[in-house]
Write a protein of this length. Sequence first.
Length: 119
Amino acid sequence: QVQLVESGGGLVQAGGSLRLSCAASGRTFARYAMGWFRQAPGKEREFVAAISRSGGSTSYADSVQGRFTISRDNAKNTVYLQMNSLKPEDTAVYSCAAKSVRNAGYDYWGQGTQVTVSS
């Protein structure tokens, strides 16, 4: 069992930056690939970024490529999402998720943290 707790959300002006953190419980964090997702009001949840277990491989949604950076610190059981050049359309609840190698989908989800970008 893995518990995920996000932090770092808030209100920021367009063009600003935020760094989200996702802290995981347990000693098996390094066994999981991690991802960030977001859901805006009235919209479906969408993929934002993902990182491999070692951190050596990352992927991004086209909408955030070049602006967002995902990273992880396995010693701290934490995954990060650095968000730069934020736009009003980035406003959403951001959630992190953990995926084991055995499953195609994500096994564990955090509660999410609100990010609001004002124009």
